[in-house]
Design a protein around this ligand. Structure first.
Ligand SMILES: [Cu+2]
Length: 304
């Protein structure tokens, strides 16, 4: 909590920016509190007993034939039993309350963002706005973001820790995550799955903005973005970090390690999902993330 205050980017549920992470933090504090009922007496009583029943203490009663105390047994088994009952019912309740698939109530209509996990970057598609980004995604404060996620490579783990829990993404599968930020901020998102050399660089900025700032950001992405068609996607999907992909596809108007796209093909996400759902194995040449993947050739006449 102290360290997270040092950086501008917020990366822990202990410094929550929205209701889900706040509930996670409250849950953790409650769990620690209840567990301490069992743990603290041990920490206090063990040294106390070692000292009281030490060899040279004549005042401590010596009872070598003592073997049973009903009250002591009731205390030793009863208290942990109650704690286990309390903790399991709390866990049951918060597991259902914090279900990542459950929409979060918010005044504004939810914003849908499609996420495709690539090596080693995240592609964010805004289907209603016709834009897409890599390494940077923005959304308005107070609006529930409804993520729909898949992967076009090996399994990955998507998390924006200061806002919500993690969710896995897998090729040919669709998972969901709902996120809401109550405060504007720069939240760190990442891939928590170890899946190759570049995975530590697979981080992105989740920017919670005022609605006006968000509209300006969308315009910025539209005007400085490049078209995301099959050829561009093919080159984006090659194993590279976001910064490396920026060097291949980016323009100087885009932020240093992020990519902006406009003219996004409407069914791109569905297409990626269905690549793995045809009932036959995908040949490596057609599968981003596989060794031997051959991206579609760049259209002729294009620079870079
Ligand atoms: Cu699965």
């Amino acid at each position: 909590m102290l360290l997270s205050a040092c950086s501008e980017q917020r990366s822990s549920f202990l410094d929550p920016g929205g209701p889900i992470a706040a509930a996670q933090r409250a849950h953790m504090i409650e769990v620690v509190g209840w567990t301490m009922i069992a743990v603290l007496p041990v920490f206090v009583l063990v040294p106390l007993m070692l000292w009281r029943y030490r060899y040279r203490n004549d005042k401590a009663r010596y009872t070598p034939d003592w073997e049973f105390s009903g009250w002591l047994d009731l205390l030793m088994w009863g208290v942990p039993f109650i704690i286990v009952v309390v903790l399991s019912s709390m866990l049951w309740k918060s597991t259902h309350a914090l279900d990542p698939y459950k929409p979060i109530a918010s005044a504004e209509a939810p914003l849908e963002v499609q996420v495709i996990g690539l090596d080693w970057k995240w592609l964010f598609i805004y289907p209603e706005l016709g834009i897409a980004t890599v390494n940077e995604m923005a959304f308005p404060v107070g609006t529930s973001v409804s993520f729909v996620l898949t992967a076009d490579t090996v399994m990955q783990s998507f998390v924006i820790a200061a806002l919500a829990g993690q969710i896995y993404v897998m090729p040919g599968m669709r998972t969901q995550l709902h996120v809401l930020a109550d405060e504007p901020g720069d939240y760190e998102g990442e891939n928590m799955q170890f899946n190759g050399l570049g995975f530590t660089k697979q981080k992105f900025r989740a920017l919670a903005m005022t609605p006006a700032d968000f509209s300006a950001w969308v315009e910025e992405v539209r005007s400085h973005g490049v078209a995301l068609d099959e050829a561009t996607y093919g080159r984006l999907a090659v194993a590279s970090t976001g910064t490396q992909a920026h060097d291949t596809l980016g323009s100087p108007q885009m932020p240093a390690d992020a990519l902006y796209f406009n003219a996004v093909e409407a069914a791109l996400f569905e297409g990626v999902l269905h690549r793995y759902m045809r009932g036959t194995a995908v040949p490596p040449a057609l599968q981003p993330g596989a060794v031997g993947y051959l991206p579609p050739p760049a259209p002729t006449g294009e620079s870079q």
